[in-house]
Structure formats: C-alpha cells, structure tokens
Design a protein around this ligand. Structure first.
Ligand code: FPP
Length: 247
C-alpha cells in the first residue's frame, strides 16, 4: 500500500461514535429516546461544523448490529427517529450538497425504511460537498464477512485491496480521525478494518453536549499528530511528508 502524505491539517474523513445519549437523558430524568432525539440535533450541528472545517467525509455510528439487544421500545424508537429524520432532513441536506449513504445490513430493516434509505441515497448521489455515511445496523465484523462472501461468490482472490473494495465504505477513503464521545474508550465493532491507521480521539462530553469547541479541539489535536503508517519519525519528516521511501 502506498502512502503519499502523513498528517494533513484537516482530516479528510472523520468518523464518530456518538455515545452518551442515554446518560445525558438520565441526568435530566428524561427517557433514553429523548437523549437520542437530542443526539440527532447534535448530528445536524456536527454536519455543519464538518463542512465549515473542510472535512470531506463524515461517518457516524447510528445503530450497531448489537443494538438490537436494547429494550424493544428503544430499538423501535431509533428506527422511527431515522425514518422521521429522513423525511425532515433529506431536502435540506441535499440542497447543502450532502451525499447520504447508509452502510449496514438492510435485510433486517422494515421494507418502508429500506425504501426511504434507498431513495435518500439516490436523491443525493451526485452531491459533492460532503459524504455523510450514517452507519445503521452496521458492525465491523458483519462488514468484513459480507465483503469476504461477495468475493468468494464472484470467485475473486482475497487480497487487502479486493477486500477493501468490497466493504460497505469502499466509496470513501479510510477514516483519518475517529472521535468517540461519552467517556468510553473502545471501538465497539465500528469500522474495525478501516480504522487500522486512524487517529483515535476520546471526548468526555456526552454526545448531545458535544460542543463546537470540543469538535474543534479534536481537529486541533489531530493536526498536531504525526502519522507514521509503520514508518519511523525520521522517514516521515517534521511536516508529515514521506522523506524516505522504498519501492
Ligand atoms: C449511543 O448512546 C448512541 C446510540 C446507540 C444511537 C446514536 C443515535 C443518534 C445520535 C441519533 C441519530 C439517530 C439516527 C437514527 C440518525 P447510548 O444510548 O449508548 O448512551 P449511554 O452510553 O449514555 O447509555
């Protein structure tokens, strides 16, 4: 795999584990779903901040393969929230030039929701200002397995490049920066293949309370990191460019 640059000031691709909605709601004696609703409002803001900062791809973890294990009313609440958000937000996102994608396993989703996801993807497919990947019923292990299965079905050899190209996020580069809010420091089966060389940033803020300053802090922290991709710091150079390269 070739590496052309190490640290750019602004990450091209930011991925976020939006954790802490439930605790935010509990602190206010509100139902968990109220926290998710507030989390959706935060997502609208973070989309705007990302575009203003020059981020090209924003990927968020909205519902994991494991979230089915939550209480049924929370699961159906999250499904309903996505359906309503699609009705309400797609026209405005589309006008703003946002391309929407919904990486994840759609087979378990209600047919009407599946149709809405497909329609939103089709309607925004030509937009170029920001790619917004809303991972829904997504799991990193599911992704690797579905990619390996599709290669096997097509009789293609399994290589790093072919597997990457069969993953649900093949339309974007790997995340440069992964932010997790809510004080936990784990990956939770998010983009486990694609995060191989991502910079990780953990914020103590609960997602609905994640401020513009906290987002800016994550970007500033990223800008100070030296990404070496397995090389030494001498090879990489102070400005992040690769100064010594072997074929
Ligand atoms: C994790 O917080 C968050 C989720 C499982 C859902 C994330 C969803 C949103 C931010 C709303 C956007 C939703 C859609 C459908 C686009 P948690 O519930 O685990 O919080 P806790 O750790 O405090 O309990």
């Amino acid at each position: 795999m070739s590496v052309t640059s190490c640290t750019d000031a602004v990450p091209r691709h930011v991925a976020i584990v939006m954790d802490g909605n439930g605790r935010w709601a509990r602190q206010r004696m509100m139902p968990r779903l109220a926290g998710h609703r507030q989390g959706l409002e935060k997502l609208r803001e973070v989309v705007r901040w990302s575009m203003e900062a020059g981020v090209a791809v924003l990927t968020v973890f909205a519902f994991s393969s494991e979230n089915w294990q939550r209480p049924t009313d929370e699961v159906s609440g999250l499904m309903g929230l996505l359906a309503k958000a699609l009705d309400r937000e797609v026209p405005e996102l589309s006008r703003a030039g946002v391309r929407l994608c919904f990486p994840g396993d759609r087979e378990a989703l209600a047919p009407a929701l599946r149709r809405s996801l497909e329609a939103a993807e089709a309607q925004t497919a030509a937009n170029e200002a920001l790619v917004l990947n809303v991972c829904f019923n997504y799991g990193g292990r599911w992704d690797i397995i579905q990619a390996a299965r599709s290669l096997a079905q097509r009789g293609e050899p399994i290589t790093e490049a072919s597997l990457s190209a069969a993953l649900a996020l093949a339309h974007v580069p790997d995340p440069d920066l992964v932010i997790r809010t809510g004080r936990e420091q784990r990956l939770s089966n998010f983009l486990i293949w694609q995060m191989a060389y991502s910079e990780l940033y953990f914020s103590d803020a609960l997602w609905p309370a994640f401020s513009r300053e906290a987002f800016q802090q994550a970007l500033s922290d990223f800008a100070r990191r030296q990404r070496r991709f397995g090389r030494t710091s001498e090879q990489v150079g102070s400005a992040g460019q690769v100064v010594a390269s072997e074929a």
